[in-house]
Design a protein around this ligand. Sequence first.
Ligand SMILES: Cc1ncc(COP(=O)(O)O)c(C=O)c1O
Length: 496
Amino acid sequence: MDVPFVDLKAQARELHDELAAAFGSVTSGAAYTMGPELADFEAAFAAFCGAAHCVGVSSGTDAVKLALLGAGVGPGDEVVVPANTFIATAEAVSHIGATPIFCDVDPHTALLDPDALAAVCGEREGMLSAVVPVHLYGQPCDMDPILAIAEEHGLAVVEDACQAHGALYGGAAASSSAIEPPASLSATEPPAAIAAPPAGAAGPPAAIAAPPAGAAGPPAAGRPCGSFGVTAAFSFYPGKNLGALGDGGAVVTSDNAVAERLRLLRNHGQAEKQVHTLVGYCDRLHNLQAAFLSIKLECLPAWNTARREAAAYYDEKLRDIPGVAPIARRATLDEPVYHLYVVRLLTGSHEEDTDTDLAERLLADELERRDRDAAELEAGFDDPGLVADEHPIAGLPGVDQRTLPDLSGRGLHDIQSRGEARDEVRERLAAAGVQSGIHYAVPLHMQPAYAHLGYRLGDFPAAERLATQILSLPIFPEITRAQQDHVVAALVDALS
Ligand SMILES: Cc1ncc(COP(=O)(O)O)c(C=O)c1O
């Protein structure tokens, strides 16, 4: 049996007639930008997110960029970004001339760690402008402490909700018992946060199966991701929970003035025909995509429910399998939307690692390598061709050869080689017809594109360790229980 990572064809089949009718309607009017389909979708999506305004834009990356600009972030500013996210979060910061300041993630949930954020704020007091909590995998960040820290340090909060359409945050965790114990202690124990999955796929999502101690009655409805920050960015990339038939994105906000500025920014700063009140961008969401998205938005609640049920089924099937731990769900009142279903593989050399000894070992390795590199680099300057030939931007006018970042890639190789056991598991899954993914294999501070920021291996131990352990299993609304059984069986085989 083949199990794709996502199955976009199923959705296209289900909605074919409605999408074709929308295509016919937009093309018969031949108005492709800034039309009524866009306004209709924006109104519907703003309501879905619990925000006053939605501004449709060209992609999730542009949405993060415009969300930052809308929140007043600009050139020279510093913006805190988690080390484990898709690179677009940081790229958007760079695109507006600001600098990403990376921050470690929670080792259990893989989301921005409020304690690490507080530490970064302390170290860079007065220098930071904003923080971008990323609701990664469709799981809400712990927004209560993040908002409190941001307020204390004067940071704007700009949510990256590109993977979290419809995810609900239920409030701060009632106690640490909702959090999975360290991997080194729990290779065979189910994480506490998912210790009581529903008996059947039709039950409530695992994340709300057990209310926190002291909570009375059924869990109160949570607050939607996208309603916390001054602005929030969404992606409608086709594979997202709400995907266009091409690129698309949106910024949501409840601030009228910010919304007005965003509408200008996404359309050349044009306030009225021929009048441009600021220097903007060509970042519009097209009418065709908006029309498609309106159709799909109606299906989204049911699709998210199907994803939650599929996740609960995986939780149930994986709970007794040694060496596999689903990423912990932070709090019992959250309702994630499982854009991705991510597990950690607790096999091989990582089993005995604790956060501290791994960080120390990585740091020691890296310092030794840096000394060696420095010596090699120094020697290389006798030969003017060496650096110029190796570096992609060397030789460009104005580029100082001596300040070029170290592209030896050794930190990168180290991260990659530590993930080799996981790569073998992926190969075996592929041989059994099961596609899988890694989100993400290289933490942002180890990406060559950000070498110039001077981070090094060991800086963010949780993100570095997760990068070598995480594996994303197939999940999409139409996945069948038979397909999931096949995935689990293939995983057990691959691990044996
Ligand atoms: C967390 C996150 N941020 C930003 C983006 C960028 O979105 P897009 O691909 O639509 O530009 C993505 C898309 O994968 C994402 O997952």
